[in-house]
Design a protein around this ligand. Structure first.
Ligand code: ATP
Ligand code: MG
Length: 273
């Protein structure tokens, strides 16, 4: 299923769009979006996090209010606002947020009859892309129109995979969707990285699943794994990324390493050109 020989597309020096997707629920997409975003921002990179999930977890996790549909990704997708009109700052310098509200759930239906319904996010990002080094898109746990918009807008994908028994289940479906998007909407969509999350070194299951994922995805899997850590699950209720909530906790350290690996790969890819 995975075409190992594909080469990364021409890099976007600024405005690299990364969709964080896995249609399986609760695997760490939002935790990764918030904390990779914050770690990159603290490294001095300008980051925009687009919350593309009607649950709005990335928005609340960064302390944003999510009730105001007028200033959210929903109004962008239905064409009422430009993306830069809804962007708000966060408690982290260099990390901006385009928040989601619950009405985003309705956008999926409203967009069905709209022109270029799969390309609406791509079109909204294009005018602001140059203002950020990286644009992270936090996807909902589905392969519906919202996620298709993310895949159509992205240069590359980051797939968080939870180290549990059913981890591989559903990845085939995700690969099929990626192939469909490549065929019709975004030929260059690239699987940039896979991140192993909620790793528990004490269990054989975590170790076995991690080995299977590394067999399948090879070099694309971040060497760093995200450990299961209570502090990571507490931080969102304070509206803070782990870097602000408890920067010495194992989860904070791990996300810092992930950010470094991410930046290193992009530097290497750029040098290879
Ligand atoms: N490494 C971790 N250690 C402990 N808890 C974690 C870790 N990563 C995420 N969690 C917790 O697990 C739950 C699911 O994580 P998260 O919301 O990031 O997943 P998700 O893939 O975005 O979920 P959804 O599919 O619903 O959008 C959350 O309560 C989160 O705080
Ligand atoms: Mg989420």
């Amino acid at each position: 299923m995975l075409n190992g020989s594909e080469t990364p597309p021409e890099p976007a020096r600024r405005g690299l769009v990364v969709a964080i997707a896995n249609q399986k629920g609760g695997v760490g997409k939002t935790t990764t979006a918030i904390n990779l975003g914050a770690s990159l921002a603290l490294e001095g990179h300008s980051v925009l996090l687009v919350d593309l999930d009607p649950q709005g977890n990335a928005s609340t996790g960064l302390g944003a209010r999510t009730s105001d549909g007028g200033r959210s990704v929903y109004s962008v997708l239905i064409g009422h606002s430009a993306l830069d009109e809804v962007v708000v700052p966060t408690s982290v310098d260099n990390l901006a947020l385009a928040p989601a509200s619950i009405d985003l759930a309705g956008a999926e239906l409203e967009m069905v009859s709209m022109l270029s319904r799969e390309q609406r996010l791509a079109a909204a990002i294009a005018p602001v892309a140059g203002e950020y080094d990286t644009i992270l898109v936090d996807c909902a746990p589905s392969l519906g129109l919202l996620t298709i918009n993310a895949l159509a807008a992205a240069h590359e994908l980051l797939i968080p995979v939870q180290c549990e028994f059913y981890a591989l289940e559903g990845l085939g479906q995700l690969m099929d969707s990626i192939d469909l998007v490549r065929d019709s909407l975004n030929t260059d969509l690239y699987i940039g990285n896979v991140l192993l999350t909620m790793f528990d070194a004490r269990t054989k299951l975590s170790t076995d699943v991690a080995a299977q994922i590394r067999d399948y995805f090879g070099e694309r899997v971040f060497r760093t794994v995200i450990p299961r850590s209570i502090r990571l699950s507490e931080a969102p209720s304070y509206g803070e990324p782990i870097e602000l909530y408890d920067r010495m906790s194992p989860g904070a350290v791990a996300y810092r390493y992930v950010a470094m690996e991410f930046l290193q790969r992009h530097r290497q890819q750029e040098q290879a050109r």
